[in-house]
Design a protein around this ligand. Structure first.
Ligand code: HEC
Ligand code: HEC
Ligand code: HEC
Ligand code: HEC
Length: 451
């Protein structure tokens, strides 16, 4: 079982990263199919990419997604299976799951769905489960305090497996009322194993034999410290002038006495067999460290998923580059010839027939369009390899100056007739040994038309 929080790292996703995170989520479901999960709970994290995404993904899951508090706003009916029953060791185990109020933030109005408060959702599902199940488990996306409140209110709830957030650590079972609450650490780093000896009493008993063992271990440890203090003589005499050390020693003695007393009591109870008829649980966490061999089929899924996540990452990098270009354009004083053409049609038509309009194409044809040494004279405005298309030419603004202000408000004046100086910035002797301003001006044919 997994109480949830498996699909996404957090309850929200950065929109740009959604395609990558969704590909990873699909890989997780594929791997869970292979691992043959019995049940998986839905929490706010499962809904991070939206309800439609989860529903689509659920179609590919070989395990049931459980949830009892996410319901249709119209009918009040749960959108996923609220619970399942499984036979284990002759006991029918009922399992249900809650997402918790935090999940509501991931629902959109068009989802037509809502999260019920547990006070409403739990009685419904428990009433159903109690009829058939002898042991009832909740996979919970609720916060710890709410889980405790649930345990106080429903003694028929025997086990709460708390979903992990990103700070989750392994938490061994803690008994509240007649419920054990536990949690396994984040990111599948551990597998939680709980062996249950269930009895007809349907009550958790105190594991006195187990407590006895651990108290005896503790006593051994304390006794070792006491002996090490006594090695050089009587510490009460030795530490006469060292009140700090004396205090530590005296505390150890007191601890030793206390433990010995508790052990005596437990030994008596174990001998009498008190609490024998109650259920016992033994928990351990198996660390899934990297030394463990990989399961080849799961590894194949991981590798396939990593590949597609990488590919999506490259696509994202491209989109982000385009966006940064566009944003950079919005801040440039140069707006590009298309903007000028909106009002100066005739000039634009003439310009497009000339070579200035194709100056960047000339570089591209020679595969020199990434060469910083060439760009300054073959583009509009300051040279860069990330210019938007509208500036990839010797455009209007190369001669008439930057036109952002003028385009927004044409009464802002532009350079009417660019002087020879402007042309000579590019028509240098190295690049044009035959430049003649007044002759070449006539070749330009930038016509004088009132817009
Ligand atoms: C929204 C329409 C509009 C846009 C966009 C526009 N212009 Fe103009 N432009 C005008 C108008 C109207 C005039 C005439 C202004 C006047 O006569 O006072 C003008 C005049 C000019 C002149 C003559 C000089 C002057 O100051 O009167 C030049 C040169 C010019 N524009 C170049 C450009 C360039 C280059 C661009 C693009 C960067 C551009 N314009 C964008 C409307 C526009
Ligand atoms: C290579 C330099 C160059 C480029 C590129 C260029 N022009 Fe010109 N433009 C000139 C020159 C020079 C004149 C003046 C010509 C004249 O007066 O005979 C002029 C004149 C104009 C005028 C008339 C100005 C006036 O006196 O009112 C407008 C408007 C104009 N250009 C708009 C544009 C637009 C729009 C573009 C881009 C589509 C453009 N120009 C591209 C050099 C250029
Ligand atoms: C930002 C640099 C730059 C500026 C400013 C510039 N030019 Fe050019 N010009 C070029 C380049 C580059 C070419 C060659 C484009 C190609 O063939 O790829 C060119 C080509 C020309 C041509 C060949 C024209 C054609 O269309 O057949 C003429 C004429 C010319 N420029 C005149 C001028 C004049 C006049 C000015 C000033 C009013 C001027 N240029 C300003 C870069 C510039
Ligand atoms: C200082 C400005 C400047 C620089 C830098 C520059 N060019 Fe040019 N380029 C021009 C001008 C101006 C022309 C137009 C010359 C003419 O029409 O006679 C031109 C024309 C060209 C042509 C067309 C030549 C033809 O005769 O058809 C090519 C190709 C070209 N440049 C490539 C390059 C490459 C490649 C670089 C970088 C290694 C480069 N340019 C760097 C200004 C420049």
């Amino acid at each position: 079982m997994d109480a949830g929080g498996l699909l996404f790292k957090a309850a929200t996703i950065v929109p740009d990263q959604a395609p990558q995170e969704q590909a990873a989520a699909a890989g997780i479901v594929e791997a869970y199919n292979l691992m043959r999960y019995d049940a998986v709970g839905i929490t706010a994290q499962e809904l991070a990419a939206g309800l439609p995404f989860l529903r689509g993904l659920a179609k590919h899951a070989a395990f049931p997604w459980l949830n009892a508090d996410l319901v249709s706003r119209d009918t009040g009916r749960p959108l996923f299976a609220p619970s399942i029953a499984r036979k284990a060791g002759g006991v029918t185990v009922g399992i249900f799951a809650l997402a918790g109020p935090g999940a509501a933030a991931n629902l959109r109005p068009e989802d037509q769905a809502t999260i019920l408060p547990w006070q409403e959702a739990v009685p419904r599902v428990l009433g159903q489960l109690k009829k058939s199940a002898g042991l009832i488990i909740l996979l919970s996306g609720l916060p710890a305090a709410e889980n405790e409140a649930l345990a106080q209110r429903y003694p028929e709830l025997h086990l709460i497996v708390q979903a992990g957030d990103d700070s989750a650590t392994n938490q061994p079972p803690r008994q509240v009322n007649n419920t054990l609450i536990l949690r396994t650490e984040k990111q599948g780093k551990s597998l939680g194993v709980l062996d249950i000896a269930w009895t007809a009493s349907r009550k958790w008993g105190e594991d006195r034999a187990g407590q006895l063992v651990s108290k005896k271990n503790e006593l051994d440890r304390v006794a070792w410290f006491v002996r090490s203090h006594q090695r050089k003589g009587d510490p009460q005499v030795l530490y006469r002038n060292d009140p700090g050390k004396l205090k530590i020693y005296q505390e150890l003695l007191a601890q030793e006495r206390r433990l010995a007393g508790e052990i005596k009591r437990l030994e008596k109870e174990v001998a009498k067999g008190t609490g024998q008829s109650d259920a016992l649980a033994d928990n351990r966490f198996l660390a899934l460290t990297t030394e463990l061999p990989d399961q080849p089929a799961v590894l194949a899924i991981v590798e396939k998923t990593t590949k597609s996540v990488n590919r999506l990452g490259q696509e994202l990098a491209r989109v982000q580059l385009e966006r940064s270009k566009r944003e950079a354009v919005e801040q440039r004083p140069h707006v590009g010839w298309q903007r000028c053409a909106e009002c100066h049609r005739t000039e634009a038509d003439f310009w497009r027939q000339g070579r200035h309009a194709r100056a960047y194409e000339t570089l591209r044809a020679k595969n020199q369009h990434f060469n910083q040494a060439c760009l300054p004279c073959h583009v509009t405005g300051p040279a860069s390899t990330t210019l938007p298309e509208s500036l990839q030419a010797v455009g209007c603004e190369s001669c008439h100056g930057p036109g952002r202000d003028h385009s927004a408000n044409p009464t802002q004046s532009m350079i009417k007739q660019p002087p020879a100086q402007t042309c000579l910035g590019c028509h240098t002797p190295e690049h044009d040994d035959n430049f003649d301003y007044s002759r070449d001006l006539t070749r330009l044919n930038c016509p004088h038309v009132k817009p």
